[in-house]
Design a binder for this molecule. Structure first.
Ligand code: MEV
Length: 298
């Protein structure tokens, strides 16, 4: 029996722009998906949403992992701190933790690079399109600039996530990515500069992270939120949580992930106060921490 866990992530900067080759900064957070894999006489996949065999509707990521690794007979048990499909990389975390646990249980000998690469392929097969951000950060942890894969210093302030609990799903991500592509086709002179500006935050962000200048980092996160709103991926619920966090003194707050619902993230030195404000504004607050650790054996 082998148990592995892999973290979720937030974007400090750059979601959507990363789809167009711009830079982003993503950070692993200490919210993990744990997967226990055990040799068995049939395939059994068990999670909060039920127990199945290979099932591409109910457990698409784990089913794809098993298929990719050779359709072995394995029992997989999943538990997770991550809300599903809400912009925190839950599908990457379950994919990477399953790849790693089966890799150990069956002695397949893949290294982290191969696990990250296979994880990205699986996300693309299930979702139709996906950047390598989530699977890379879930495998290696830390604060990472994408696409350069440069590891930055750790962000050493509090982080609070606010979940709107409103419908973000992997399918919704594809819809939102298409919406931005449609806007860009129609108004390239308006949308391209917005995308490039979002990309520029990751360059500046690298220096601000190094200098631990969380005030400036937060200010740019606020601007990034405004530009995501301009791209049409914001919602009134997300903005309510973002403003609640800012109004209680967060350094900055923005959408994290594809938007259209799902989660926002705030940087702060008063996580409990910001969490209470997010809850009072109707969100579900998760106080967490950044983590250097990617996928690991438990
Ligand atoms: C979704 O979490 C982030 C997007 O940039 C899509 C992607 O990078 O695959 C919207």
């Amino acid at each position: 029996m082998a148990t592995c866990s892999a973290p979720g992530k937030i974007y400090l900067f750059g979601e959507h722009a990363v789809v167009y080759g711009e830079s982003a900064i993503a950070c692993a957070v200490e919210l993990r998906t744990r997967v226990c894999a055990k040799r068995s006489d049939s395939v059994r996949i068990s999670s909060d949403i039920g127990t199945t065999g290979i099932d591409f509707e109910i457990h698409p990521y784990v089913s794809k992992v098993i298929e990719k690794l050779g359709s072995m007979k394995v029992s997989v048990e999943i538990s997770s701190d991550l809300p599903v499909g809400s912009g925190l990389g839950s599908s990457a975390a379950v994919t990477i933790a399953t790849l790693a646990a089966i890799n150990i249980e069956f002695g397949l000998g893949y290294d982290h690079e191969e696990i990250a690469r296979m994880g990205h392929e699986i996300e693309k097969e299930v979702q139709g399109a996906a950047s390598p951000t989530d699977t890379f950060v879930s495998t290696f942890g830390g604060v990472v600039q994408i696409p350069s894969r440069k590891r930055l210093s750790m962000v050493e302030c509090g982080v609070v996530i606010g979940n709107t609990n409103k419908g973000a799903t992997p399918k919704k991500t594809a819809k939102l990515v298409k919406h931005v592509a449609m806007l860009r086709d129609e108004y390239p002179d308006v949308i391209d500069p917005i995308i490039r500006t979002i990309g520029s935050f990751a360059e500046r962000g690298e220096l601000l992270v190094r200098d631990r200048d969380y005030i400036s980092l937060g200010r740019l996160m606020n601007v990034n939120h405004g530009l995501l709103d301009a791209l049409g991926v914001g919602t009134s619920e997300l903005s309510s949580l973002v403003y609640a966090a800012r109004n209680t003194g967060a350094f900055g707050a923005k959408i994290t992930g594809a938007g259209g619902g799902g989660c926002m993230v705030a940087l702060t030195d008063s996580p409990d106060r910001v969490a209470s404000a997010i809850e009072a504004a109707g969100g579900q607050a998760i106080v967490t921490a950044f983590t250097k650790e990617g996928v690991r054996q438990e």
